[in-house]
Write a protein that binds this ligand. Structure first.
Ligand code: ASP
Length: 340
């Protein structure tokens, strides 16, 4: 009886060991950071100030995201495009190497949603606070309530959009000419552009973290929340395997739990680019015709510091920075602006 129990237990133990993915041991690594879009280059520089001194990936990604949120006339932060009622609402999340995570959605008049998300993670038993409750929590924790006003470029874009008030959630088809010289962009056919800053990093102690910050889809329906603040959709970090983030049509990313899927593909042994491609193919194969008109890009970094991206459409870019490289890269895609 005792022997049978022992055998059962030891074979259970052996099967658990067999299931354990490689790379669990936390070993010193060369720090590296990857961020979505070309703006990621500056974001990486800010994050690098932390990583290069041996700092924690969590502090690095927050630093990078805060820099982005400080920019006026961009698709992130209070200067970004408003919703269709003319109000800027921000979404953000953050996740660390222990699977701690925090997020805010539909947050108004607070400059640094990523730092509020971090406070949600550190000070509450919750993961996601939204709307008024998130704002109240931010104020209680010392964040300043900013005036409710649009940046000059967002005001222009919104006025232009109001001419037709067409609810057309189309995304980042980068070859369409932008009406505004700088983002947030309103495209000449009345559709609009929206970008999200997604950042994932590996620090010198072998810990990974990620952050996402966005104003979401420009002229979105009031109350609409995309993938960006949803853990497993816009961001996922598994310190045993790797981390992933996304940009693009959030609804499509949520439907497939996009970044969680990318990390799971890496767990199965796929490299970051292939993992991103397989997730993109989930979106495309479900409805190829619909996918021709939308953009989603995934970006992943694995525990070994390998990175890769893949997108539905041409035009998705990302920036990488480590001790020996600093560049902006394009990635492979399924459609060349809607054409196979
Ligand atoms: N993913 C964001 C959202 O759907 C938008 C974007 O990446 O441009 O809200």
């Amino acid at each position: 009886m005792e022997r049978r129990k022992f055998l059962q237990l030891s074979s259970f133990g052996a099967s658990m060991l067999a299931l354990k993915p490689p790379g669990i041991v936390k070993a010193p690594t060369n720090p590296i950071i990857v961020s979505t879009w070309a703006d990621g280059k500056r974001v990486n520089e800010e994050a690098w100030k932390v990583l290069s001194k041996g700092g924690r990936a969590l502090d690095a990604v927050e630093n990078g995201a805060r820099w982005m949120e400080d920019q006026i006339n961009c698709c992130v932060g209070l200067g970004a495009n408003p919703d269709r009622d003319g109000i800027v609402t921000l979404d953000s999340c953050i996740m660390d190497e222990h699977a701690n995570c925090g997020a805010v959605a539909a947050l108004e008049r607070i400059k640094h949603p990523v730092s509020v998300a971090r406070k949600v993670m550190e000070l509450t038993p919750h993961v996601l606070l939204v709307g008024q409750g998130a704002q109240q929590f931010a104020i209680e924790n010392g964040f300043k309530l900013e005036p409710q006003e649009l940046s000059p470029s967002a005001k222009d874009a919104y006025e232009k959009w109001l001419e037709k008030s067409e609810y057309k959630p189309e995304i980042n088809i980068e070859n369409k000419k932008s009406i505004n010289p700088a983002p947030p962009m309103l495209l000449e056919d009345g559709s609009f552009n929206h970008d999200t800053m997604g950042i994932v990093a590996l620090d010198a102690s072998g810990s990974m973290s990620g952050a996402v910050t966005t104003s979401g889809m420009g002229f979105k329906m009031r109350g609409r929340v995309g993938d960006s603040p949803i853990i497993g959709a816009g961001l996922f970090v598994d310190n045993e395997i790797g981390a992933a983030t996304s940009s693009g049509m959030g609804e499509e990313v949520i439907r497939i739990c996009g970044t969680h899927l990318v990390v799971e593909f890496m767990r199965q042994g796929y490299n970051p680019e292939t993992a991103c491609r397989l997730a993109v193919e989930r979106i495309v194969n479900r409805d190829p015709e619909k996918a021709k008109g939308l953009q989603v890009g995934f970006l992943a970094l694995d525990k070994r510091g390998r990175y890769g991206a893949y997108a539905v459409q041409k035009g998705f870019e990302f920036a990488v920075k480590s001790g020996n490289e600093e560049k902006i890269l394009g990635c492979k895609y399924v459609y060349d602006y809607g054409v196979t």
